[in-house]
Write a protein that binds this ligand. Structure first.
Ligand SMILES: [Fe+2]
Ligand SMILES: [Fe+2]
Length: 393
């Protein structure tokens, strides 16, 4: 891969910018619409009407919002997010079974610990978070007399037979992933996909397992020296490195999805749920961004999977700041046209980060390989309903 490929940070083309502007315009006009409502309620006049009027107007606005309750669109958003959290929980439970604090596969754990010695703890904590997100959103739906989301009928995929895979049938497939690593370049760029910017792959990871597939090729009791020397060690390290990039890919997707959904929510309580859970997805992303970088920096960089040929080069050797591994905090980028660059979550428009976009992304990841047509129908319907939600007053 050339430095130019790696950079892939060309300024947005005009057509893309127009599309992004239109969609952002629609989203923001709804936010502005709410501001108009607050102005009518007297909040905007606070500076000239005195403290008493502010309190009365504030109480009136609060009462209005409290009585309004969630809309059908809010429930549709929550139902898709519940499904997304059940999917996240299923994949994280698999990672935890192999490599969490109670993980059963010592060789996988040793390879993960080459990315960071605390990896098992982080994996277990991320898993707990996802389970809490799924359980909470479903409980909220039930508390409002709404149907909850249950994907148990789709837990049909055979688990990995390697130590740590367990016996439970799975919703998701981690055995042969196409991990989109463009987020790595996107968050180091000053351009924004919401305005048409596109990014290449930092590392090309196709048809690569992110969990051990069998104890024969990767014995569960092995060690993980740096660099790996035996074929089994190389294979296991490439699997662990893939997991490292996959963790970040999943969580940056969650960051964008929640931010995008927040712009469609009407009820203040549902907005609180979406924003508060979304912040944790971003927290996860930031952590995994740091760990993934360790797979492509000294001393671990240079691992190649002997089976698939997937390799993890040293990204500090070329590409400059566009690939520098410790630049893990988002670079300020284009955000609101005509205003300065800003360090923000991106993308945050429906076509790139809405519910259907999430389904498309996870499908391209091969996370659902082996799933039934009914599963895709179900998940797509939930996604379409969430995307159709509109912010009301
Ligand atoms: Fe989550
Ligand atoms: Fe997450």
């Amino acid at each position: 891969m050339t430095v130019q490929d790696l950079r892939a940070t060309t300024r947005a083309n005009d057509a893309g910018q127009e599309r992004g502007n239109d969609e952002l315009q629609t989203l923001w006009s709804k936010v502005v619409g709410r501001r108009s409502f607050l102005r009518q309620a007297g909040l905007a006049g606070a500076a000239v009407t005195g403290a008493g009027a502010v309190t009365a107007a504030g109480a009136s606005a609060k009462a209005h919002r409290a009585s309004a309750g969630p809309t059908e669109g809010d429930f549709a958003i929550l139902r898709f997010l519940a499904a997304a959290e059940l999917i996240e929980s299923d994949l994280w439970e698999q990672y935890a079974g192999f490599g969490g604090v109670d993980g059963a596969n010592d060789a996988y754990i040793a390879a993960l610990e080459n990315l960071d010695s605390d990896m098992p703890q982080y994996i277990s904590d991320n898993t707990d978070d996802e389970e809490s997100h799924a359980a909470f959103i479903n409980a909220y739906l039930r508390s409002k007399g709404q149907r909850e989301v249950n994907l148990d009928a789709f837990r049909t995929l055979r688990p990995s037979t390697a130590t740590g895979g367990g016996n439970a049938k799975r919703l998701t497939n981690l055995k042969s992933l196409n991990v989109d690593t463009s987020w790595y370049l996107r968050y180091r760029a000053t351009t924004n996909p919401d305005f048409g910017a596109t990014f290449g792959q930092a590392v090309t990871i196709n048809n690569q397992p992110a969990i051990p597939l069998s104890d024969t090729e990767t014995p569960p009791g092995g060690s993980a020296p740096v660099p790996p020397t035996t074929r089994a060690q190389q294979r296991m390290q490439a699997i662990a490195n893939t997991a490292g990039f996959h963790f970040a890919m999943i969580e940056q997707g969650g960051s964008s999805l929640y931010t995008t959904m927040a712009l469609k929510v009407t009820s203040l309580e549902v907005l609180r749920i979406v924003v508060a859970i979304g912040g944790v997805e971003t927290n996860h992303f930031s952590l995994w961004h740091d760990k993934a970088g360790n797979a492509v920096a000294d001393p671990l960089a240079g691992v190649t999977d002997p089976v698939t040929g997937v390799s993890f080069p040293n990204l500090n050797n070329s590409g400059g700041e566009a690939t520098q591994t410790n630049l893990i905090l988002p670079e300020p980028c284009e955000f609101i046209p005509g205003l300065p660059d800003c360090s923000v979550v991106r993308p945050t428009i429906d076509s790139l980060a809405g519910a259907m976009a999430a389904v498309r992304g996870l499908t391209a990841d091969r996370l659902f390989d082996g799933q039934s047509a009914t599963f895709f129908k179900t998940i797509s319907r939930l996604a379409r309903e969430a995307d159709a939600a509109e912010r009301g007053l």
